[in-house]
Design a protein around this ligand. Structure first.
Ligand code: SAM
Length: 181
């Protein structure tokens, strides 16, 4: 399995800062409506932690967790979070460090298309969510969308699907999938 190396992680951090601010703000607004005060939220495949940084500023009441397969990404995420007490760990989505039923909302952006074993990943996401907890996935609309949808349906049943438009792209290139444990 390939992970983001050091140079790739630094390059992605720069590009994410430049291009994806509106996506993180949109996801953070969705997190607002999906969570109550002091909820526990985990960002799966957090990369350089830009979504967590946005959430840390906007929702200081949340307990924020993040995991990523790449230790370089986790190192950059620590720097970007600038002292915020988010709990970050190097982990694979198929083997998460979180206890059963401990998470109110699991969110993931632009990562799921990279997960090789979607059945194992969705099983693990279901395990960490409390009953009634929410899953919100944002990923490229034209990369593996059918496979992603199918894996989510198999594990979670009903999946609500929508799209997200980035201001600098004429087409809605991001798909959003929501499900409940
Ligand atoms: C394109 S980046 C997206 C990062 C961030 N979520 C964002 O929206 O900017 C994809 C991230 O998913 C991580 N990733 C890929 N496969 C993973 C897996 N099996 N478990 C955990 N993280 C994974 C990569 O290391 C990378 O940091």
């Amino acid at each position: 399995m390939t992970t983001f190396g050091y140079a790739q992680s630094v390059g992605y951090d720069r590009r994410a800062t430049r291009l994806l601010g509106s996506l993180y703000r949109r996801i953070a607004a969705d997190v607002d409506t999906a969570t109550t005060h002091a909820a526990t939220v985990v960002d799966i495949g957090t990369g350089p932690g830009k979504l967590l940084s946005t959430l840390a500023t906007r929702r200081p009441d949340l307990r924020l967790l993040g995991i990523d397969l790449s230790p370089h990404m986790i190192e950059i995420a620590h720097r970007n979070l600038d002292g915020h007490p988010a709990e970050l760990a190097v982990a694979d989505v198929t083997d998460l460090p979180h206890p059963d039923a401990s998470i109110d909302l699991a969110v993931s952006s632009l990562s799921m298309h990279e997960w090789p074993d979607l059945a194992a990943a969705t099983r693990e996401l279901h395990r960490i969510l409390r009953p009634g907890g929410a899953l919100a996935i944002y990923d490229f609309r034209f990369t593996g969308a059918k496979t992603i949808q199918q894996a989510l349906r198999t594990q979670f049943g009903t999946v609500d699907t929508g799209t997200v438009r980035l201001p600098w792209h004429p087409a809605a290139v991001i798909a959003r999938y929501r499900a409940t444990a």
